[in-house]
Design a protein around this ligand. Structure first.
Ligand code: FAD
Ligand code: FO1
Length: 448
């Protein structure tokens, strides 16, 4: 493995004791750089290895929908690890506390964790670093180019980030790691009683699970194969048409780390497909996705108005008092009770299916800006809805997608108009000229 994928969070002391991979964001057994790093460290030290996951309830507004998806995936992870003689423990509570408690109780000699640019994981890791005196490593198992290597600063736009990441890709396109049977045993007792956990967790059950997408590593691989076989070649022409199903539907898997982005990129790049479509897909998967990581990593206020570029803050400020023709509150928006059947359909697609079409996400967020009292309120409501209903919500892509739509992040100034100022505007008329709006609205209506 390229050693630059790992960084040491705390030097610590301790050459002895088991090694633990604290899994959080990269919920897969195979092709996981963080787990592979932990296994290598354990093998070098002649130590046992375990994987722990700390289950925290009500994470960023997630509901039974996302917890159900995640827990079924983790159940598969436990099975895959058992085949390699690696025990898995599910802890419950604040991860900062439970991970350090576990390490103390079991005399752990080193902790390895995966990387996330989001505040929650950073704060959990801080607690673990404060509480433990052993070495703590972080491995970016989510990005193809480790976030801290891709760029040393917050990038302005895809055009500034693209050349940097392209330049570094060859260095990080090394072979994906395979998990080995771990030769040193560690008995952590009984496996997880998943049904009991599912019943016991205190999460909002008013947003139900969805059955159109199966969770887990195996399902993720299958979805990737299906996309590559059936849709990749038409991606460029069809991905922006919500009346078709031209996208990969991989974002829930990528969000929970059930598949590695590197695997998806490798397979797509190696396909004999239409070159324009292949390039368009890789642009989204690699450049746009990793640009979102860059933004959240270098801008801790990623979910606030303060994170918008100065030109956008100024223009939105200039237009704060512009009259709004329509004004809705969070409840009306959540219930899809606006005057616009296209917006309502997008909202319902998210509520019912847990995944809104990518083109509609831009329209949806921009209309929230147009129909609420302030940009701050629009951003707050968009994040609340996105994180509550989307399977792939609570993700850098979500915070950045919303900041792009409402606050011009990674975009440029456009012609000035009411409310939006110079932030790019989108209209129903524009949507109508691009795709069959009626067919999209009817398809969503047929699900309710
Ligand atoms: P595909 O078109 O098949 O793309 C493949 C992958 O490329 C995606 O899974 C994703 O990882 C990446 N990708 C595609 N489009 C983008 C993009 N615009 N920015 C960054 N990466 C991209 N994405 C999320 O993963 N979670 C979110 O919560 C989320 N919320 C969004 C909210 C708004 C307002 C906007 C405008 C965009 C949001 N996106 C979000 C980005 C994008 O819409 C989704 O990633 C995409 O629709 C997911 O579907 P897919 O996997 O079928 O995409
Ligand atoms: N990660 C955890 O380590 N523990 C959790 O309980 C947990 C719940 C969860 C629910 C919904 C969701 O979308 C993600 C969830 N994650 C959880 C993963 C989370 O995305 C990553 O840990 C982030 O990196 C945290 O910032």
């Amino acid at each position: 493995m390229n050693p630059d994928r790992a960084r040491i969070l705390k030097e610590g002391r301790g050459e002895r004791g088991p090694v633990v991979y604290w899994m959080s964001r990269d919920q897969r057994a195979e092709e996981n750089w963080a787990l592979a790093f932990a296994q290598e460290l354990a093998s070098k030290r002649g130590s046992p290895l375990a994987v722990i996951f700390s289950l925290t309830e009500n994470f960023l507004g997630a509901t039974a929908r996302q917890y159900g998806f995640m827990l079924r995936g983790l159940e598969e992870v436990e099975e895959a690890l058992a085949e390699k003689k690696i025990p898995f423990a599910l802890l419950r509570g604040d991860p900062g506390e439970t991970v350090s408690g576990f390490a103390e109780e079991h005399g752990v000699g080193a902790v390895v964790t995966d990387f996330s640019p989001l505040a929650a994981k950073r704060s959990w890791s801080e607690t673990v670093m404060q509480r433990l005196e052993i070495p703590i490593y972080e491995v970016d198992a989510h990005n193809i180019v480790p976030c801290w290597r891709a760029s040393p600063k917050q990038e302005y736009a895809a055009r500034t980030f693209r050349p940097k990441i392209r330049r570094m890709l060859p260095e990080f396109c090394d072979e994906l790691p395979r998990l080995k049977v771990h030769p040193i045993p560690w008995d952590l007792g009984e496996g997880v009683d998943w049904d009991r956990i599912r019943r016991a967790i205190d999460v909002d059950r008013s947003v139900p699970e969805v059955d159109w997408i199966a969770p887990g590593e195996r399902a993720a691989r299958k979805a990737l194969r299906r996309f590559l076989d059936e849709k990749l070649s038409a991606y460029d022409g069809e991905r922006n048409d919500p009346s078709l199903q031209g996208q990969s539907d991989l974002s829930p898997y990528l969000h929970f780390g059930m598949i590695s982005a590197a695997r998806v990129a490798l397979e797509a790049a190696g396909r004999d497909a239409d070159p324009t479509s292949r390039a368009a897909f890789l642009e989204e998967l690699v450049v746009r996705r990793e640009l979102s990581e860059n933004f959240c990593f270098y801008n801790p206020g990623y979910d606030s108005f303060a994170a918008f570029p100065d030109w956008a803050k100024k223009t939105l400020d200039d237009h704060r008092d512009d009259p709004r023709e329509y004004l809705y509150d969070q409840k009306e928006l959540e219930a899809a009770e606006t005057h616009d059947d296209l917006w309502n359909a997008a909202q319902m697609e998210m509520v019912l299916r847990g995944k809104m079409h990518g083109y509609m996400r831009m329209y949806w967020a921009k209309k929230i800006l147009e129909w609420t009292e302030s940009p701050e309120e629009a951003q707050r409501i968009a994040i609340y809805l996105n994180d509550r209903y989307e399977l792939d919500g609570r993700d850098p892509n979500g915070y950045v997608g919303i900041a792009w739509s409402i606050g011009g992040v990674h975009d440029r100034a456009w012609g000035e108009r009411a409310i939006f100022g110079k932030v790019r505007y989108m209209s129903r008329k524009g949507a109508k000229s691009k795709f069959d709006v009626r067919s999209y609205v009817e398809r969503v209506a047929s699900w309710s």
